[in-house]
Write a protein that binds this ligand. Structure first.
Ligand SMILES: [Zn+2]
Length: 404
């Protein structure tokens, strides 16, 4: 194990010299394994107007009885232009996560990805200095629990997002790379958007780290080593209603609360529509709407429904466009490896669907209760719903995924 990591590390160092080389599509970087960082859909052999506009919806943290009905509602309401259900990406962490609900989201065609076991709140002392081993344990243990308790095939768990977007530099990327993850979606891009600055550089498409990344580094430590074949799915910063940049909806601001309901809703809708159109009417880089479900709960605090209504109105708008697909990140990356023009997208292997959903792999859900040995002294009781039997004797946690 250790030997493997060292071998991978030394190979990476060797290839560093190559990093200065310029990435040239179809010459020193060929699909499907290598895609240069680019602001143009150069990789396709068709015109930009035929590039499908992808909208990627993601939700972070535990899937629970509070947020799952909202997710299921979205999945059962919207269909893509080829008449298949939309898909979304869930970056899942462990505490309070309902593994049976995760199984259901996966069954309906959405992507389950990894967001750490502990999701510790202490960014400064835990995530910022985290080394290779911390990242590897957090990512691999969470993946193992999703396999063990939600019955998600390991091969389907490809993506990672760092808690608080605290990108862990080469340590984090090396740990993910060595552990078989194929993409990271934690790295915000500000300069490479279609709106930032007097002369915007253009929004980045996802790319592989075979060559040095041109991306600016706004949060955490960004990798400068090379990881051939490993994807960066840039989180394109949005421009909020104050003109400020934000990588996730939760951080975006602008007249959602201090206004009459209809105006609040309009503000949310206009904010999303404007940002979407930077890409849709521009270079057609995939457009991500990344958030936590708690963003919608602000409506309760504000005694309003502006967030929810504005967001749903945005989805209705993009869903009415014939060349827009709402798709999970893993599917978008499959398209990057093998791009189809929008009129043929319905027959792309990553976008087809059967007329019937697969039967559940979690027919007999199991509820496990824990009152002792919990990771935080403030916790009184934790309920963990799982697909497996019997219940782990102790509450599973980092370094003890079996709960022994
Ligand atoms: Zn989180």
């Amino acid at each position: 194990m250790v030997k493997c990591a060292w071998l991978a590390l030394s190979l990476t160092l060797l290839s560093l010299g190559w990093g200065q080389e310029v990435c040239v599509p179809d010459e020193n970087c060929k699909r499907p394994d290598c895609v240069c960082a680019s602001t143009e859909s150069y990789f396709a052999s068709f015109d930009n107007s035929l590039t499908p506009q992808f909208v990627i919806l993601s939700f972070d943290d535990a899937v629970t009885v509070t947020n799952n009905p909202f997710y299921l509602d979205l999945l059962n309401t919207y269909k893509n232009p080829n008449d298949c259900r939309i898909s979304m990406t869930f970056f899942v962490s462990h505490l309070y996560n309902d593994y049976t609900m995760v199984n259901e989201l996966h069954r309906l065609g959405s992507e389950i990805a990894v967001h750490s076991v502990t999701h510790k709140a202490d960014v400064e002392h835990y995530w910022r200095p985290a080394n290779y081993t911390v990242w590897q344990n957090e990512a691999v243990d969470m993946r193992e629990m999703l396999v063990k308790y939600a019955y998600i095939p390991e091969a389907d768990l490809k993506g990672f997002r760092a808690p608080f977007l605290e990108v862990g530099g080469n340590d984090m990327y090396q740990a993910l790379y060595d552990s078989g993850f194929t993409y990271d979606c934690s790295w915000p891009a500000l300069q490479y958007t279609n709106w930032y600055g007097d002369e915007p550089k253009g929004a980045l498409f996802p790319y592989t780290l075979d060559y040095q990344s041109p991306q600016d580094c706004t949060v955490g430590r960004c990798p400068d080593a090379l990881f051939p074949g490993m994807w960066v799915a840039p989180m394109l910063d949005l421009k909020d209603n104050r003109g400020e940049a934000c990588a996730m909806l939760d951080a975006c601001q602008g007249n959602y609360t201090d206004c009459a309901d209809q105006i609040c809703e309009d503000n949310v809708f206009e904010f999303l529509r404007r940002n979407f159109e930077y890409n849709y009417k521009g270079n057609r880089a995939p457009f991500g709407v990344f958030t936590h479900h708690s963003w919608f709960l602000l409506d309760e605090i504000n005694e309003s429904d502006a967030h929810t209504k504005g967001y749903l109105r945005f989805l209705q708008y993009v869903n009415s466009l014939p060349d827009v697909y709402i798709a999970s990140m893993n599917r978008v990356l499959e398209w990057m490896k093998d791009p189809y023009p929008v009129m043929d997208l319905g027959s792309h292997p990553a976008f087809t669907c059967d007329s019937f959903d697969p039967i559940t792999t979690c027919p007999d859900p199991n509820t496990c209760n824990y009152k002792e040995g919990l990771p935080d002294p403030g916790l009184q009781e934790v309920v963990m719903n799982v697909c497996s039997r019997p219940c782990p004797p102790k509450f599973p946690w980092l370094g003890n995924v079996d709960g022994n």
